[in-house]
Design a protein around this ligand. Sequence first.
Ligand code: NAP
Length: 242
Amino acid sequence: MSERAVALVTGAATGIGAACCRRLAAEGLRIAVHYRSSEEKAQKLLAELPDAFGLRADLADSDQVDALVKELKQQAGRVDVLVNNAGYNINGPMLTMNLGQYDAVAGLARGTWYLSKLVLRRFMFRKGSGRIINISSVVGHTGNAGQVPYTMVKAALDAFTKSLSQELAGREILVNSVAPGFIETEMTEELPEDIKQAILARIPQGRMGTPEEVAEVVAFLATCAGYVNGSVIHVNGGMYGG
Ligand code: NAP
C-alpha cells in the first residue's frame, strides 16, 4: 500500500500526459504512467520519476482495462487522482470516413468511461475521496471541420464531467475537465504547415500552448481547487472562453 497519494495518468508517455506526470510528481504524488504503444518513451519517463510505475493497456479493450486496474491495485493499493488524458484522432471529411475509423476514435471514449467506473470504485470503497480530470479539447466546443468523430468524443467528455460531478455531489470526489486549445505535441506536429498557420491566426496570443501550460492547470485541479467541480477550464491562448 502506497503511503503517498497516487495519480494515474493515461496516455502518459507523450505530450500533455508526460508533462502532467512530471508536474504531479513535482507536487509529491506517486505516478502510475499508463501507455499503450509508446513503451520506450514510457520507460524513459519512468526513469525520471521517483517511485513511479508503468501500466500498459489499450483502453479500447475492456479486458485490458480490467487488467490495468488489477495491476494498479497490486502496485499501489490506492488511487487518488485519475487524469483521463489518452486521446485519439483521425482527420478526414465525414463523407470519406468509415465505421472502423469512427470506432477507433469512439472506442477510447468507451474505455475512458469504463476505466473511470473502475477507479471510482477504488475512490469510493477505500477512501471516499479523489479527483478525476478529463482532458477534452476546445474543438469539442467550437467544432472543427475534418474532425467530426473527435469533436463528438471531446464534447461528450465534457458532458461526462458535468454529469458525473453531479452524480457524485456530496462526496469528496471532484470531476473537472481541462480543455486545451492547440498545444505543441506530436498530435499537432503532424499538421501540414498551411493548417498550422491557419490555426495560429485564430489564437489571440499568437502561439500554440505548451504541454507544461496544460499540466499546471491539471496540477491545480489535482492538488488545490477544493471548490471547483463539474467545470471545464479552457487553456487556449484566448481563442475561446466557454
Ligand atoms: P499524444 O502525444 O498523441 O497523446 C495521446 C496519448 O493517447 C498517447 O500517449 C497514446 O498512447 C494514448 N492513446 C491513444 N489511443 C489509445 C488507446 N486506445 N488506449 C490507450 N492509450 C491510447 O497527444 P497529446 O497532444 O499529448 O494529447 C493528449 C490529450 O490532449 C488527448 O486527449 C488530446 O485529444 C488532447 N488535446 C490535445 C491538443 C493538442 O493540441 N495537442 C489539443 C486539445 C486536446 P501510446 O502513444 O502509448 O499509444
